[in-house]
Design a protein around this ligand. Structure first.
Ligand code: HEM
Length: 147
């Protein structure tokens, strides 16, 4: 069952104490059985229920033991939507997708790096188009002069 794929909107449907999913590093965990035993209290777990808890989890500096418990709660992986452009493939935010913190968004194509690459591509197109138009204008001018 741990290879099941969930979208963010699937995960957000599990946000109650008895049915509590969280996303940590793009993996989906069912924490319902653990929420009562959590040494940090149930409140903090409920706060991140149905959401991406990566930052909250990492900020605390949880032990290896905590990470082992986490692995036992794994139910699947997060499925992010990808949209392909002809010049770039980029991760798209999904409905109900909280903004991805930079710390763990790095390494792939983050929204901001995708944005800057696509604007570079746009500038290149404008420049090449301008150069071609200028070349054509100059060519026509020289044709007229030689007549
Ligand atoms: C399913 C996810 C989580 C698991 C398995 C987990 C597990 C644990 C464990 C085993 C501890 C004891 C200390 C340690 O071993 O590091 C702990 C402590 C703690 N956890 Fe979590 N935790 C989870 C999520 C969270 C989240 C989302 C928060 C949000 C802020 C959080 C906040 C804390 C805090 C503040 C402590 C310290 C409690 C203290 O020392 O008094 N935990 N957690």
């Amino acid at each position: 069952m741990a290879d099941k794929e969930f979208t963010f909107s699937d995960v957000s449907e599990h946000a109650t104490k008895k049915d509590l999913f969280v996303v940590i590093h793009d993996k989906v965990y069912n924490t319902s059985s653990f929420v009562d035993e959590h040494p940090g209290g149930e409140e903090v777990m409920l706060d991140v229920g149905g959401q991406d808890a990566t930052e909250a989890f990492e900020d605390v500096g949880h032990s290896d033991e905590a990470r082992e418990i986490l692995e036992g709660l794994l139910v699947g992986t997060l499925k992010r939507q990808q949209r392909e452009y002809w010049w770039i493939a980029t991760d798209m935010e999904q409905e109900g997708d909280p903004p991805k913190p930079r710390a763990y968004a790095a390494g792939g194509s983050t929204a901001s790096s995708a944005d800057s690459s696509s604007s570079v591509a746009l500038y290149a197109i404008i420049l090449i188009g301008g150069a071609l138009a200028f070349g054509a204008y100059k060519y026509l001018q020289s044709q007229q002069e030689s007549q």
